[in-house]
Design a protein around this ligand. Structure first.
Ligand code: 5AD
Ligand code: SF4
Length: 461
């Protein structure tokens, strides 16, 4: 097996390139625009870290940036359209000022058909780089500053060959008390609807000691809410299993929380459930995507579990951890989904009682098995199913939240919401509003007095 870890000497070379750019980037600003999941947000923070290392000042405002990087998502068509329309915004600016550099990266950039479209229709995009090129950013920036022609840094190898891990490149975190820590990258599951294995390569785990050192450092810096990230964290194998890693990450001193995203139901282990129950620093929130309540559809999705197996796992979690908040993802309108299949999804959602569901309308993805299936579902049918699920879930979430009235929840303050009301999150990841301002990043006890489907309200004790 090839060593997937980028050698230290190569990382050092990248630092040298970054430092050599200081005079060229002095006084210049860079902006990273990120779409998509937390994994991508974290990539965005790493891209900003590399740009800052090269000497750029980081700005949120692309209009004042000389270097703009669009970090794209490909999970559904909607995400791709948004990223492309973002790229389109810069056409006029580039025509007025040729010295501005525009780069595009992330899951969309990793797909050849999208790259071709970008080359053809977006001539003002100067460079493209793939999801496993972040450690080479200083080299990419250097090339962008001198290149006369458009260029790309892409590893276009088959799925089971591409994928690296780089340690030691800088991260520029956007939040001073909440942080993401990737524990693994990629996915080997090949759910038939999903583009992730093609866009992010095969599963590979960071070394246990590297993850622990990063988490320890964050805790020492005062971070209070740390989310361990991976497409399927339960396949973690960087020196121990995921349950052990989670427990170890939540064993440094002081008050803080550790969360994780995302688990595959087929390998969410008993040990993991026990760690969530027994370690008080592990947040009492389990996101366990079910995708469908029909065993027939689950089989077509290649999910490798049945409705009954999912129910068994969900009930084990709820029984062992009564205060858990259980959330899930569901896809409506997967090819061939019948009214009966959808009724199975509705009944599963009711039976489990999820605190929240993220419902998506199936979006065919180029290169996936499902995109070629017969029996694609008309949009109006999918939309109606989406609405029926959302309506039912609102009632379920409301009745689950009603049970919090009169209880005291420990809340990590996020400062104020957009209406100027003090707000934070409980260990269940519930949004809680309260009566007195608490500095963002501090914990407080809140007596819950009101409950909506997705927001609780109360008084500081
Ligand atoms: N269409 C619709 N939803 C999708 N998801 C993944 N791929 C697709 C697709 N092609 C959803 C799944 C996954 C979540 C992150 O996005 O529910 O859990
Ligand atoms: Fe996609 Fe399935 Fe992997 Fe999740 S587990 S990223 S849905 S292939």
């Amino acid at each position: 097996m090839n060593d997937i870890f980028i050698p230290h000497s190569e990382i050092e070379r990248q630092y040298e390139i970054a430092y050599s750019l200081a005079s060229e980037t002095k006084g210049k600003k860079a902006c990273v625009i990120t779409f998509g999941c937390q994994q991508n947000e974290n990539d965005g923070e790493r891209i900003m870290g590399a740009l800052a290392l090269c000497g750029y000042e980081i700005t949120q405002n692309p209009d004042e940036a000389q270097m703009i990087i669009i970090n794209t998502c490909a999970i559904r068509e909607h995400a791709e359209i948004r990223a492309l329309s973002e790229a389109g915004q810069f056409k006029g600016r580039k025509e007025r000022d040729r010295s501005i550099k525009i780069g595009l990266c992330g899951c969309m950039a990793q797909q050849s058909h999208r790259r071709e479209q970008i080359y053809k229709s977006y001539p003002y995009v100067d460079f493209v780089f793939g999801t496993d090129m972040h450690h080479r950013l200083p080299e990419i920036i250097k090339t962008a500053l001198s290149a006369k022609k458009r260029f790309s840094f892409i590893t276009d190898k088959p799925h089971n060959e591409f994928g690296v891990i780089s340690e030691g490149m800088p991260v520029r975190r956007e939040n001073s008390y909440k942080a993401w820590v990737p524990v693994m990258y990629g996915c080997n599951n090949f759910c038939t609807y999903c583009v992730v294995p093609f866009a992010r390569g095969h599963e590979r785990s960071r070394r246990r000691e590297d993850v622990l050192a990063e988490v320890k450092g964050l805790v020492e810096q005062g971070y209070k809410d740390i989310t361990l990230l991976g497409q399927n964290v339960n396949s973690y194998n960087g020196g121990c299993d995921f349950a052990t890693l989670l427990n170890d990450c939540a064993s440094f001193g002081g008050e803080y929380r550790v969360r994780f995203m995302t688990s595959h139901p087929k390998d969410a282990s008993h040990e993991l459930i026990d760690v969530i129950r027994d370690n008080e620093r592990v947040a009492k929130h389990f996101h366990l995507p079910v995708q469908s309540g029909s065993t027939r559809v689950l089989k077509l999705m290649n999910r490798k579990y049945t409705r009954e197996q999912y129910l068994e796992k969900a009930f084990e979690i709820k029984e062992k951890i009564p205060e858990i908040s259980l959330t899930t993802d569901i896809i409506c309108g997967f090819p061939t989904e019948t009214d009966e299949d959808f009724a199975d999804t509705m009944s599963l959602v009711k039976q489990v009682g999820f605190d929240m569901i993220y419902t998506f309308i199936y979006s065919p993805r180029v290169g996936t098995v499902a995109a070629k299936m017969e029996g694609q579902i008309p949009k109006d049918v999918s939309n109606a199913r989406f609405k029926a699920l959302s309506d039912m879930e609102n009632d379920i979430a409301q009745s689950l939240n009603d049970k919090f009235i009169g209880r005291t929840l420990r809340v990590l303050s996020d400062g104020f919401n957009k209406n100027g009301i003090p707000v934070g999150r409980s260990t269940q990841n519930k949004i809680v509003t309260f009566d007195k301002a608490i500095p963002a990043g501090e914990f407080a006890d809140v007596l819950i007095e009101t409950a909506g489907a997705y927001v609780l309200g109360g008084k500081i004790k």
